[in-house]
Write a protein that binds this ligand. Structure first.
Ligand code: ZN
Length: 131
């Protein structure tokens, strides 16, 4: 029996481990930038509605900002030219973009479960984590 996450903290922990935010067992990602339609363990549909992952862009934006701040601060404090900070920030965000993609979507799914709790229609036919 698969039990659903009972809190945002637990869903977030599942997402940070790159597991299904609902059950913590399924693997939502199959490639660098591809996500499964539903959880292989509990059947939860990750994309609940059209445009669902637009909200994940806000999360990825925040992650990008957090990656840009250290090189910019370093350059400001040490007098290194700003083009070096821009190059470092560009390189960091490019190299880490698969991780940013995965974590932003995982965190978005966890956060969305708080805003809009799961319903039976969010699972595949005949599949519910609480059965
Ligand atoms: Zn699941």
């Amino acid at each position: 029996m698969i039990l659903p996450a009972t809190s945002f903290k637990q869903s977030l922990w599942h997402a940070l481990r790159m597991r299904c935010a609902v059950c913590g067992e399924g693997r939502p990602f199959s490639g660098l930038f591809s996500m499964a339609q539903e959880c292989s363990a509990c059947g939860y549909h990750y994309k609940r509605e059209p445009g669902y992952f637009v909200g994940a862009m806000y999360v990825s934006y925040g992650m990008g900002v957090l990656l840009v701040i250290p090189p910019v601060l370093y350059c400001m404090l040490t007098g290194v030219p700003m083009w070096v900070a821009c190059s470092a920030a560009f390189g960091l965000t490019t190299i880490l973009s698969p991780l940013i993609f995965r974590y932003s979507r995982g965190v978005w799914v966890a956060w969305d479960l708080v805003l809009s709790p799961m319903e039976p229609r969010d699972f595949g036919v005949g599949r519910r984590p609480m059965s």
